[in-house]
Ligand binder design. Structure first.
Ligand code: ZN
Length: 198
């Protein structure tokens, strides 16, 4: 245990994902020795990102406006919606330049171990969007791991009765990993070769 505010800093850093107690200490001591101007910049950007960035009211992508730049872009095809788990998956798919439709960000995947069920994800909001009959295809692009599979299976059951074209990314993605870890070529190919979801 350290003195007052230093311990507070370690505690706060330790609550971040992927930062264990050891990592929190390492970052804290790095900050204590860093140039005050550098630390100020970090503090400012943390405050700024929370003040400026919100979630798109349509697709729940990260956005600096009420609607994200993809939803508000008239060149993006509104008839195809690609369903992903997280914002970082949108970034990964955008990098492939293979997809010209729109997105729906679920905000995670079904994971009973972590206490995340379908009701914690933005599935209700997806169903509301699909009530708009402009949508003709839904691409399920959840991660190629257990949680992603469980989420896709749940969505297939929910969406099948709507009679839309339901597709999934072609195989070839690294199994067990995150979508974002796939290289652009592999992900682009999986997109182009997408298959009917069963
Ligand atoms: Zn959006």
């Amino acid at each position: 245990m350290y003195e007052g505010v230093v311990q507070d800093l370690i505690d706060e850093l330790g609550r971040l994902p992927g930062v264990g107690p050891k990592g929190a200490q390492r970052i804290a001591f790095h900050l204590l020795q860093a140039d005050p101007a550098d630390v100020r910049r970090l503090a400012d950007v943390l405050v700024e990102v929370k003040a400026k960035v919100q979630f798109c009211r349509t697709c729940f992508n990260v956005s600096e406006a009420e609607e994200c730049r993809i939803c508000s872009d008239p060149r993006r095809d509104p008839s195809v919606i690609c369903v992903v788990e997280e914002y970082k998956d949108v970034v990964a798919i955008e990098r492939t330049r293979e997809f010209k439709g729109r997105y729906h960000v679920l905000g995670g995947a079904i994971s009973p171990i972590d206490g995340i069920g379908p009701e914690q994800l933005r599935i209700r909001e997806l169903l509301t969007r699909l009530a708009d009959d402009r949508v003709t295809e839904v691409i399920l692009a959840t991660d190629p791991n257990l949680e992603g599979e469980a989420t896709a299976t749940f969505l297939i059951r929910q969406l099948k009765p709507l009679g839309l074209r339901l597709t999934r990314l072609a195989s070839g993605l690294p199994v067990g990993g995150d979508l974002e870890y796939a290289d652009e070529v592999t992900l682009g190919r999986a997109f182009a070769g997408r298959l009917a979801a069963e």
